[in-house]
Design a protein around this ligand. Structure first.
Ligand code: SAH
Length: 361
């Protein structure tokens, strides 16, 4: 793509309208192009067959449909989960994961979930997360967020039905591009995925949680909570110094009151760190403040990032301990699930996304 050409992926419809008008074309052409891009997901102007040949040529001169130039992939031998490594136009790389459903799930045949990245690297330095080891490089554009879906869908045999913003990066630090992409994803004339099938997970940006509520955003919200004790949470997630547990819980209360939507509390169980009876009680107490469900996440090793300090001392609770914790929550009337770990053998599970050195050469 030459720099002078406008990349039309990621432009909201209104912006496309301005663009076609600037080419002396009627506004409605933008709607046609938009549908071709997102509803029919074509990858060239030649396939936009209800546009005149002349317009298609004109578009080829001045516009481009940005695509990831290189996509390598690794498929899990255990469950068929696919981890893509996409190369961006500036050579930076990101990972996107097509998560196979649990074989025993009732909707296993219909469900296919895509885990999307929002930044190259991440500035937050959560001590248990592999992406942290990359540091922060840059925000993804709305086009790059959408292109993860478009490319993965192009390569996937089955339709992608669900999206989780749980890949590399912190979505709330790239709010505007994430929401631009989200609008196109959920638009019936666009990609057309129901917002109820999209989850955005945050390490805990209280202001943006409130902003999402004020904007009446319809997708699901998840909070990476992991501990209700400020001292423990701050050690695990330095962002807790900025927005502490109480600030987050009250933001969630606000969100829930305003949107009437249940929120998901994500909780990785670390051996001896956040898995005591006192932790269960604190969690139960928090869940009584607003409608929510708890997602217990098995810790996925990030040994390959050569973790230092507390990161090197983190060990996941055993399966039995996770089950026991889950049972205790249930006994207290809390809706709780244990997250299924997909793609473990290819480092594609939650929190394991970090571009490996060998992938860069
Ligand atoms: N920055 C966002 C989204 C990316 S992390 C956030 O923090 O929510 C997506 C999910 O993976 C979060 O629930 C996070 O807590 C979890 N996670 C991160 N590292 C993990 C690891 N090593 N093992 C298991 N889950 C992890």
């Amino acid at each position: 793509m030459t720099a002078s050409k406008k990349n039309i992926i990621g432009s909201p419809l209104q912006e496309l309208e301005q663009f076609v008008v600037s080419l002396n074309e009627p506004k409605y052409r933008a709607g046609q192009i938009y549908q071709w891009l997102y509803k029919y997901r074509v990858r060239s102007f030649d396939e936009m067959t209800n546009l005149s040949q002349l317009l298609r040529e004109k578009l080829k001169d001045v516009a481009a449909i940005e695509q990831f130039s290189v996509a390598t992939s690794q498929t899990s031998h255990i469950d068929g989960t696919v981890k893509f490594l996409f190369e961006l136009s500036d050579g930076k790389k990101i990972e996107t994961v097509l998560i196979a459903p649990r074989a025993t799930a009732v909707d296993a045949d219909e469900r296919m979930t895509l885990c999307i990245s929002t930044q190259v690297g991440c500035p937050l330095d959560c001590r248990f997360c592999a992406t942290a080891s990359m540091g922060f490089i840059r925000n993804l554009t709305a086009a790059e967020i959408l292109n993860q879906f478009l490319t993965a869908q192009h390569l996937s045999k089955k339709p992608i039905t669900n999206i989780v913003f749980m890949g590399m990066g912190e979505p709330m630090l790239n709010y505007s591009n994430v929401m631009t992409a989200m609008d196109i994803m959920t638009d019936q004339n666009g990609i057309g995925i129901s917002p109820r099938r999209i989850t955005i997970s945050t390490a805990g940006y209280a202001q943006q949680i409130r902003k999402m509520a004020d904007e009446d955003r319809k997708m699901k919200l998840a909070l990476s909570l992991h501990s209700l004790r400020n001292d423990v949470r701050t050690e695990l997630m330095p962002i807790n110094k900025k927005f502490d547990v109480e600030e987050l819980l009250s933001a969630l209360e606000y969100y829930q009151k305003k949107t009437k939507k249940s929120v998901m509390l994500e909780y990785i169980l670390f051996n001896g760190i956040n898995d005591t009876e006192a932790d269960i009680h604190a969690l139960v107490k928090a869940t009584k403040r607003f409608e929510c469900r708890v997602n217990l996440i098995p810790f996925h090793s990030i040994e390959f990032t050569n973790p230092q300090g507390i990161a090197a001392q983190l060990h996941g609770a055993s399966q039995e301990k996770i089950m026991a914790f889950w049972r205790r929550l249930k006994a207290h009337g809390v809706t709780a699930f244990i997250r299924h770990s997909a793609g473990i053998d290819i480092d594609a599970a939650c929190g394991q996304l970090a571009v490996k050195e060998e992938a860069l050469v």
